[in-house]
Design a protein around this ligand. Structure first.
Ligand code: PHE
Length: 448
């Protein structure tokens, strides 16, 4: 018997757990601040409604209909389309390879916070701590290994006993901690400037790059485009109403991204730091921000603990896509598959970890090092490609009428079925394709 979620709430927490991760807490705040603040947030939300929600529903529906993980789901409807599943599995390997790099940094920071080593207000000193970590291969690889070991230990236990149980504990804890940190940040004097920056769009800042980044960020953050939602949807019981999950999961994901922005950016402004720091925002600026507040170290600990929870509930979903392929399609057992795949991804991730420090000058594609190649290849190329193909598949191969039947099979009425159909068949594929062509050009230009 194939494992199942024990309840719909379990599924929602696991799916939201997959969506909420480093994409929300680490990438969103710095992407928003380096891509023009409010303008980026506005485009992001527009993409979310027009493209993200319809695709989320399409993915969950495909999984629930076929009760198979991503490769089998496509194959069972049309053999020629199984390559989309393969793409998803490959994408999962590469995302997790660099995700576990950052996951390792977060674990290292949590350890530091627990030992009181982050109680530092000078960003220069914190910058040194970050650089030292980047240049300590042993430490990087060790923490990346621990992160992968934690991920593996959850996936080993399967769907209801592993992924669902872990998400049920970690997700509520994460929400509570994030809200506390956000309230603290908003009550600092001067935080209003940060809010203005985040929510008052300056549309003159919009250009193609901002648009590509907002779209890539949305796919990454929602975990759509590589089959995560197809796979998670496949463990849903036929009696569950899936219609509202297509809105609930993206809404939770976006709420967390915005609250993370609210927790971070206003505090950065209020305490006089620079918000346009980029990827270092979370590791260099933020600890300084917390350390400058009363009881700052407690906030450092709470924050890095919540980031650990968020990243683990995401990393398990990436690993599950690959594991379920071997379990469903190759009839392999879960435990050895999980262990072997976990090890392979760990090995694939080592160069990504090293490329931020001692391998800084090693470019594998043009100037891009391993970390950047994995990141750009997945976020800007594979995920949007996978999302585009999911859309064409649902609209024209499976056909939206069939998908709507599946959605309504639990007895709900899909009132927006016509609009959804038009979005999936025409609007989303055309929109994604235009941006995708630009991403391809962008990617190849950065290589050559
Ligand atoms: N959505 C996750 C995050 O925001 C990342 C992710 C991408 C997870 C793709 C699964 C699949 O961190």
């Amino acid at each position: 018997m194939r494992d199942k979620w024990s309840s719909k709430l379990g599924f929602i927490l696991a799916a939201a757990g997959s969506a909420v991760g480093l994409g929300n807490l680490w990438k969103f705040p710095y992407s928003a601040s380096t891509n023009g603040g409010g303008a980026f947030v506005a485009i992001y939300i527009a993409f979310l409604i027009i493209i993200g929600c319809p695709l989320m529903l399409a993915g969950i529906t495909l999984g629930r209909k076929t009760q198979l993980s991503v490769f089998g789901a496509y194959k069972s409807i049309n053999k020629n389309w199984s390559f989309v599943g393969t793409l998803g599995v490959i994408c999962g390997f590469f995302i997790l390879a660099f995700y576990s790099t950052v996951g390792g940094w977060v674990l290292y920071y949590l350890k530091n916070a627990l030992l009181g080593g982050l109680n530092i207000t000078d960003p220069n000193v914190l910058g040194e701590i970050f650089n030292n970590l980047m240049n300590s291969p042993i430490e990087l690889i060790l923490y990346q290994f621990i992160f992968m070991a934690l991920t593996v230990s959850i996936v080993l236990k399967g769907i209801s006993g592993g992924i669902e149980k872990a998400s049920k504990v970690m997700m509520p804890a994460l929400f509570i901690m994030l809200i506390i940190v956000a309230i603290r940040s908003l009550t600092l004097e001067g935080s209003i400037e940060g809010l203005k920056f985040l929510f008052m769009p300056d549309f003159s800042k919009i250009n193609m790059e901002v648009i590509i980044n907002a779209l890539g960020q949305m796919f990454f953050s929602l975990s759509v485009g590589m089959g995560t939602m197809v796979t998670y949807g496949s463990y849903l019981d036929k009696k569950e109403n899936i219609l509202n999950t297509g809105v609930i999961v993206p809404a939770l994901d976006t709420a967390v991204a915005l609250i993370a922005g609210i927790a971070i950016i206003p505090a950065v402004f209020a305490l006089g730091f620079e918000a346009t720091e980029g990827p270092g925002l979370m590791f260099i600026t933020l600890p300084a921000v917390f350390a400058s507040m009363p009881m700052g170290n407690i906030f450092n600990i709470a924050f890095f603990l919540l980031v650990v929870f968020a990243s683990l509930t995401s990393s398990i979903s990436m690993l599950e896509v690959a594991v379920s392929y071997f379990v469903d399609e190759k009839q392999k057992s879960r435990v050895p598959s999980t262990l072997i795949i976990g090890l392979v991804i760990f090995a694939l991730g080592i160069p990504a970890s090293l490329s931020m420090g001692i391998w800084q000058d090693v470019g594998i594609l043009g100037n891009l090092g391993f970390f950047d190649v994995y990141d750009k290849l997945t976020s800007n190329i594979l995920l949007p490609t996978g999302a585009f193909l999911l859309c064409i598949f649902t609209g024209w191969v499976l056909k939206t009428e069939e998908a709507i039947k599946e959605i309504e099979s639990s007895g709900v009425k899909f009132k927006l079925a016509n609009i959804w159909s038009i979005l999936i068949k025409y609007v989303v594929p055309v929109g994604v394709l235009i941006i995708l062509i630009n991403s391809y050009i962008d990617f190849f230009v950065s290589i050559f």
